[in-house]
Each structure stands twice: as structure tokens, then as C-alpha cells.
Design a protein around this ligand. Structure first.
Ligand code: NAD
Length: 437
């Protein structure tokens, strides 16, 4: 099928490559000239394992072409996926729908009446209906619109796109849903479940899923607050409750909490939309979820201050600044937030990250970049593990001990071997655990 993908960020670039991999003829649209040039050269403008190679393959196969704005290539497409951003609106909980509405309006004047537009961006329930009205006005006919929320996770984005747990299709007509099923036919043949539902439910599925995941993380982080006050151990607690298969052990590790370009803004946008719908109270608990999450960052800053007396002029090494491992995404990163706050309190903060230092370029000049672990550890008064890259889990506790006078480490993700670090002479503080020596 001939497919367009509008917006080539984390979601759109992955989706465009995945669609080409399925054998479709794909045109990607990206107005950011720097991003577009990089993509055209076969270089992803962000880090995503395996996606670079797949992008290069699809560009050279001729199945994927890239343009800066909708034009004749777009008019030739049968299906159009809208993959633009829906960030949090500044000074509000609401989602900023400017990009979705603009992308839809630009697209509308290039549409054929028989083509189907498919929203993949995460949007507040009711957005698709508004978008359909606006696009139909511009197009001069009833635009066929469906919604198909995306569940990929950065770090495993391509795998998730090609073998998702499920495909959700929200459609106003069975014919539109059928067209979309044709797009995904190879995945359906592989046994991927496909749920067809009304559009409002499909919009809600995505924010509900993210709200549930955020709640689960904040639940265990709330337990960590209680454990810290009572001398209990959240890691053992999580292990025990996670064995109940009604609870499950995934997303049940306490630590610095969630961040990134999705969970935080999605729960806030959901609260704002629920208030508009007159049911704000129903999900007001998400406010607590958000606050528990943010308090974990406060906790690490407090611990640093308590342990060091004052952080002023102290050297602090933050290991990992992306919001999660295997990604260079810095949006609302808990580790980066802690690093910036400590720098704001007068600490000399060094940051290390296997992939995200490039994304930091030109931003946050108060943070020193440590090119390698040795340079980072040298003379540090405190080390904070902020993001659980496997490189950090694999650090041999004895390796850098000689470079520091004060062997002090805060494990913000509960991934280090406490006994091994303690045996190597480190004072290790783990969030939610009463293990420090
Ligand atoms: P992003 O900011 O990385 O990408 C958005 C892209 O859209 C940018 O490259 C931007 O230049 C482009 N764009 C903006 N306006 C445009 C227009 N009018 N026409 C064409 N392109 C335009 O954002 P993202 O992380 O890819 O997220 C996109 C959407 O997908 C969001 O709604 C997000 O919540 C959702 N989502 C993201 C992920 C993820 O892991 N990143 C996962 C699932 C869902």
C-alpha cells in the first residue's frame, strides 16, 4: 500500500521504517530541516537500538522516501498516519494539540476522498472528532479518519512496532477499519491481536494504559516512602507482592520514578480532559501519582545534601541522564532534573551517559560532561546512579574506588549489588531500602 507518515520524531520515524519493512511504499514528512537532512542521510537524529540500520536499508530499498511538506507524493497515498507531537501546554496540564490540528489541516488539502487518515499521536478523548470536522471543512468532503494509538517503548521501538502486544483500531466505519487491517496484515498473520472499537475508546485506551503504568510505578514509590520511614525494604516488598500474578513484577521497581515524553504529560493531559468532561474527580488520584513521582527526585536531592552537609562546591557525578536506558530522550528526565537541581544548589555536577550527551549539546551549560567513567569518578564526592544503563550495572565496584576520597553512591534505580559495593568500601544508599552501611 502507499502510505504517508506525517511527523518523523521518535514515533513517526519508527513507524515509517516499520511500514516500509512490511513492504509498503512509504513517504515520510518532516518539516524540521535538520532532522530531515539527517534522516535522508540515513542517520537517526536520536538513539534507538537497531533503527539506524533499518532506516538505511529502507532508504536504499526505495520503499521509503522523505519530504519536508505534503505535496503530490502525499496525494498519491492511500493511508496517512499522523505522528506529530502532543506535548504538555506550557503553564497548564493540557495537551498542546496545535501540531495535530496543523498537520491535519495541511494534509486535508492533499487528500483524495477515498484515502484514510489515521491518528497515531496520543490525544485527549474527543480530539479525533474535532480533527475530522476541521479536516472535512478544508478538504470539502467527509474525510475518512480512524485512530490507531501507538504503544511502542523507546529502546525497543522497532521490535514493538513489528510485534506489538496488540493493535488497537478506533473507527467510525468498518470499511476504514478494514483498510487499516490491510496495512497490518503481515502482523495479523503472525497472530498479533487486533481490537476494533469506537474512536473515543481508542483514544482513551492509550492514556488509560499510560495512567495505569504511571500508577503502578508511583504505587511502589509510595511504598518506598513508607519503607524509608519505617526501616523496611521496598525491593524485598516488591519481590513478594510481584509474585502474585494479579499484581505482577513489571513496573514494580522503586527508584527515581518515571519521566520522558509520554507518561508525565499524558497523565496531566488526562486529568485536564477529565475536568473538562465534568469527571475530574474520577481520576484525581493521578495528581497523587504525579506528586509521588516528583517527590522521589526531591528525595535524592535531600539525600545528597544530608550526606554531604552541603552540596556547594562538591563534585557530584550523575550516571545516566536520559529518562530511561537505551534511549537518548531527555524529555522530563528524572536524572537530568536531579543533576540540574544539584547544580542549582552550587554543586559541581558532572554527567555521564552512554548515548545522551550529544542530545545535551548546547543545553544546560552548568553541567560538565564526563566523556568516560574514569573522568567522571575522579575526585567525585558523590556518585548518583540516575538511569539504569546496563553499563552502570556492570561497573566493578572496586574499579574506580581509588579515584575518590569519599566513596559515596546513591543508587537511584536499585540495580547495584549492594553487598559488592559495600564490600569494596563504598557507602551505598539505595532508595526505599534500609541497607546503607
Ligand atoms: P517528537 O517530538 O519526537 O516528534 C514529533 C515530530 O513531528 C517532530 O519531528 C516534529 O518536527 C514533527 N512535526 C510537528 N509538526 C508537524 C507538521 N505539521 N507536519 C509534519 N511533522 C510535524 O514526538 P514523539 O515522541 O515522536 O511523539 C509523537 C506522538 O506519539 C505523541 O503524541 C506521543 O505522545 C506519542 N507517542 C510517543 C511514543 C514515544 O515513545 N516517543 C510512544 C507512543 C506514543
Amino acid at each position: 500500500m502507499r502510505i504517508s507518515v506525517i511527523g518523523l520524531g521518535y514515533l513517526g520515524a519508527t513507524h515509517a521504517v516499520a511500514m516500509a519493512k512490511l513492504g509498503h511504499q512509504v513517504v515520510g514528512v518532516e518539516p524540521d530541516s535538520k532532522k530531515l537532512a539527517s534522516l535522508k542521510a540515513g542517520n537517526l537524529p536520536f538513539y534507538e537500538p537497531g533503527l539506524d540500520e533499518a532506516l538505511q536499508q529502507e532508504l536504499s530499498s526505495g520503499r521509503l522516501t522523505l519530504v519536508s511538506s505534503p505535496g503530490p507524493e502525499i496525494a498519491a497515498c492511500d493511508i496517512h498516519f499522523i505522528c506529530v507531537g502532543t506535548p504538555q501546554l506550557a503553564g497548564s496540564d493540557e495537551a498542546d494539540l496545535t501540531y495535530v490540528m496543523a498537520a491535519g489541516t495541511e494534509l486535508a488539502s492533499h487528500l483524495r476522498p477515498d484515502s484514510v487518515v489515521v491518528g497515531k499521536s496520543t490525544v485527549p478523548v474527543g480530539t479525533a472528532a474535532k480533527l475530522r470536522t476541521t479536516m472535512s471543512e478544508v478538504a470539502g468532503f467527509d474525510v475518512r479518519l480512524a485512530w490507531n494509538p501507538e504503544f511502542l517503548r523507546e529502546g525497543t521501538a522497532l521490535e514493538d512496532s513489528l510485534a506489538p502486544d496488540r493493535i488497537v483500531i478506533g473507527a467510525w466505519s468498518q470499511d476504514d477499519a478494514k483498510e487499516l487491517r490491510r496495512v497490518y496484515q503481515p502482523l495479523l498473520d503472525n497472530g498479533v491481536p487486533c481490537l476494533v472499537m469506537d474512536v473515543a475508546t481508542s483514544e482513551l485506551v492509550k492514556v488509560a494504559a499510560n495512567s495505569f503504568l504511571a500508577t503502578k510505578i508511583s504505587f511502589i514509590n509510595a511504598m518506598a516512602e513508607v519503607a524509608e520511614a519505617s526501616g523496611a525494604d521496598t525491593v524485598r516488598l516488591a519481590e513478594a507482592i510481584g509474585m502474585d500474578d494479579r499484581i505482577g513484577s513489571k513496573f514494580l521497581r522503586n527508584g527515581l520514578g518515571f519521566g520522558g515524553g509520554c507518561l508525565p504529560k499524558d497523565i496531566r493531559g488526562f486529568m485536564a480532559r477529565a475536568r473538562e468532561l465534568g469527571v475530574g474527580e474520577s481520576i484525581e488520584f493521578l495528581r497523587q501519582v504525579d506528586q509521588v513521582n516528583l517527590r522521589r527526585r526531591d528525595r535524592v536531592v535531600e539525600l545528597a545534601q544530608t550526606e554531604l552537609g552541603s552540596v556547594e562546591h562538591k563534585i557530584v557525578l550523575v550516571l545516566g541522564i536520559s529518562f530511561k536506558p537505551d534511549s537518548d530522550d531527555l524529555r522530563d528526565s528524572p536524572a537530568l532534573d536531579v543533576a540540574k537541581r544539584l547544580a542549582g544548589l552550587g554543586a559541581q555536577v558532572r554527567v555521564h551517559d552512554p548515548e545522551a550527551l550529544e542530545a545535551l549539546e548546547g543545553r544546560h551549560p552548568q553541567l560538565e560532561r564526563a566523556d568516560d567513567l574514569e573522568a567522571g569518578f575522579r575526585n567525585a564526592d558523590l556518585v548518583i546512579l540516575g538511569t539504569e544503563w546496563s553499563e552502570y550495572k556492570a561497573i566493578e565496584p572496586k574499579a574506580f574506588g581509588d579515584l575518590v576520597a569519599n566513596k559515596l553512591i546513591i543508587d537511584g534505580r536499585n540495580v547495584l549489588d549492594v553487598a559488592a559495593w559495600q564490600a569494596a568500601g563504598w557507602r551505598l544508599i539505595a532508595l526505599g531500602r534500609n541497607v546503607h552501611n
